[in-house]
Ligand binder design. Structure first.
Ligand SMILES: Nc1ncnc2c1ncn2[C@@H]1O[C@H](COP(=O)(O)OP(=O)(O)OP(=O)(O)O)[C@@H](O)[C@H]1O
Length: 359
């Protein structure tokens, strides 16, 4: 297990994240993906002359590990920087600072040609399968496209048979390989997207809101498929969603993001049963109750105000402007993501165990 990173600049709190690595897998084995103090910014331009007038800190010091075969759920409201984390990992955005180590290789300084090789192992599934599938290509063409660039993975004479195998693996009829995306339902299209992501036999798949656009029953089927694929192929996932209930069923570990930072991280069980950060507690209190006829486990917590702009985030604790527990110290001292109440890493001066307090 790598040493815990030391807290660095006040703008980028990092601390003990060892709880992100389940003990059994961390013993001696390096994580498949290790992200340390990642920062990604975009220029803020004036509306009129498009001059750069500031900086949008979309990701402001994020750290986590994903072991081989593990799943990290990354959750947070819209605009918290989840997609930017994903896009930076696969090289679509440039990291401003920090480190991304995948299978022992530092990706932030990797030449483009080497990145192409690494990208084989690192695939992404997007929210809108229809927008990400070429409407004029057949399913067979869509899935086999990657093999044109990487012919060593599957030789041309094997394309048809491999496409059939992949379609079967994702629960689609292999005889439909010559059909076009519009001939499939939303859930089926997402399965095509999954088959395409699997074509290069990746080790890590980043699912960016991969089931958010689907009906609840279809969501469950696709989540089950992803869980089966993980078990059968040993895949690891970075599973991004704004909906905590979606993340719950697929993740071993969960990291909660707010305005570019991870504010709490724990095992799935721990996070759902005993959230410590006020933001996580509020997010969880908004998850619909699966048994509405029983007494609710938690009173709903309403977060006041709007999400501040990442171009001008609140100093020190970024959540303090919307937090019902905030006090002067929250504007004076950066809360570091560290193990609190003997439990799991949380970045809050006033972390409390609501569950523990009420039991
Ligand atoms: N290319 C870009 N140029 C400028 N700002 C950007 C760009 N991409 C993202 N942002 C800004 O960075 C912040 C984080 O966006 P991001 O899409 O990563 O958040 P998110 O948590 O994934 O939200 P969503 O679920 O809505 O995509 C937002 O304020 C967004 O407006």
């Amino acid at each position: 297990m790598p040493p815990n990173p030391t807290p660095t600049a006040p703008s980028a709190p990092v601390s003990s994240i060892s709880s992100l690595i389940p003990p059994a897998e961390s013993a001696g084995a390096a994580p498949l993906l290790s992200v340390r103090d990642l920062q990604t910014s975009f220029p803020l331009r004036s509306a009129l002359l498009r001059r750069v007038v500031g900086e949008i800190q979309a990701v402001a010091g994020v750290s986590f590990d994903i072991p081989a075969g593990g799943t990290l759920g990354l959750v947070g409201e819209s605009g918290s920087g989840k997609s930017t984390v994903a896009r930076t990992i696969i090289g679509l955005e440039k990291a401003r600072s920090g480190s991304i180590v995948f299978e022992g290789e530092e990706l932030t300084s990797l030449p483009k040609a080497s990145m192409r090789r690494v990208r084989r192992q690192l695939q992404m599934i997007f929210q809108d399968p229809y927008a990400s599938l070429n409407p004029r290509a057949t399913v067979e063409q869509i899935i086999s496209e990657a093999w044109e660039i990487h012919p060593d993975v599957v030789p041309r004479n094997r394309h048809r048979a491999e496409v059939r195998d992949l379609l079967e693996r994702v629960g689609l009829n292999p005889d439909h390989a010559k059909r076009y995306p519009h001939q499939f339902s939303g859930g089926q299209r997402q399965r095509i997207g999954i088959a395409r992501a699997l074509a290069l036999r990746p080790k890590l798949v980043i699912c960016d809101e991969a089931v958010s656009a689907l009906d609840v029953s279809v969501q469950a089927q696709v989540l089950n498929l992803l869980a089966d694929l993980r078990r059968d192929l040993g895949l690891a996932y970075l599973f991004i969603a704004h909906d905590l209930s979606v993340v719950r069923h697929i993740s071993d570990q969960v990291a909660v993001m707010y305005l570019g930072r991870v504010v709490e991280t724990a095992t799935q069980d721990e996070l759902f049963q005993r959230p410590l950060h006020p933001y996580t507690q509020a997010l969880l209190s908004a998850v619909p109750d699966p048994k509405p006829w029983t007494k609710p486990e938690r009173e709903p917590i309403i977060i006041g105000g709007d999400v501040p702009s990442p171009a001008d985030p609140p100093s020190c604790c970024r959540f303090r402007t919307r937090c019902w527990k905030a006090e002067d110290i929250c504007a004076e001292q950066e809360p570091v993501l560290e193990t609190r109440l003997d439990r799991h890493p949380t970045a809050c001066h006033f972390a409390t165990d609501l569950a523990g307090a009420t039991r």
